[in-house]
Design a protein around this ligand. Sequence first.
Ligand code: 13P
Length: 304
Amino acid sequence: MESFKETVDRINDLKKKRRAIILAHNYQLPEIQDIADFVGDSLGLSQQAAKTDAEVIVFCGVDFMAETAALLSPDKKVLLPAPDAGCPLAETITPEELRAKKREHPEAAVVCYINSSAAVKAESDICCTSSNALRVVESLPQEEILFVPDANLGQWVASQTKKKIILWDGCCITHHRVKPEDVEQVRRSHPDGIVLVHPECRPEVAALADYVGSTEGILKFARQSPAKKFIIGTEMGILHRLQRENPDKTFYLLSPGLVCPNMKRTASLAMVEAVLRDMSNQVTVPEEIRDRALAAVERMLAVS
Ligand code: 13P
C-alpha cells in the first residue's frame, strides 16, 4: 500500500507543475487542511482568492465558495475536488424568488450572505460573510435591509443594529440542529467551559453563548482567551485547528450533530490529487451574471 507521504509528494509536485494553490475551509478534514496553502473562513478565503497570482485554485469546500473564487479570479482555473458539495442553505433561495421579494420591499437594500449562488449574488446590492455581516449592514445608507438567505445570521445582525432587517426563511441545517437545551446540558457537564458558537445557530442558542462569531473569530477568541476549556458550536472540522493551535487547551463539540455532510464530501487527498492531475471539475460563472455578482462581492471586500 502506498504511503500517505507519497500522495502528499505527488500533490506538491502537481501544484508546482500547474502553478496551483490549495484553499481549504476550516470545516475540511484534517488531512485536507494540512496540505492547504491557506485555511480560513469565508471572508479570508475570498480575500486569498482575490490576491493570489497562482494560475489554478483548488478549492476544498462547497460549491458557492469555489464560485466566489471564480468570480474574483476570472483568468484562473478554479477546481472543486467534490463537484457534488452543495450548500443546502444557499439552495433555499433562487434568483426568481429574490426578485419577487425585492418587489415587495422596493426601498430595502439587499444583503446576501456569501452562502448563496452567484445568480442570487447578482440580484443583491452587497454580499457579506458571518465575520462582517453587521459591518456590511451598517455601511449601507438604507434603513431597511432585505437579508438573505440565513434567517439566524439575519436575526443575530438585527439584535445589534437599529435598522429594520427583513429576513428570508433559510437556515443551515447543521447549525440549526443545535438547541438551547444542548447548551444548558453542556454547561451542566462543563461549568468551567466557555461556549463559542457560530451565528448560523438559532438566536436562542446564540443568546446563551459566551461568544458568537465566524469560524476565524472562534479560532481567534480561543487563541487569545486565558480559559482552558471551550465548548464549540460550529462544524466539527474546526476542532483540528483549535487543537493544533492550542495544545494546552481542551475543546468539546456542543452537539454531535455538528457535521456538515457537504464539507465532508472532499473525502480524501486522492480527490485533490485527481483534480490537479486531470484539471477536472472546473467551476465557472455564467457570463450574464458575472459582472453583477462580482460587484456585490467586491463591495463587501471594500467594506471589510
Ligand atoms: P465562516 O465564514 O464563519 O467560515 O462560515 C462559513 C460557513 O459556511 C458556516 O456554515
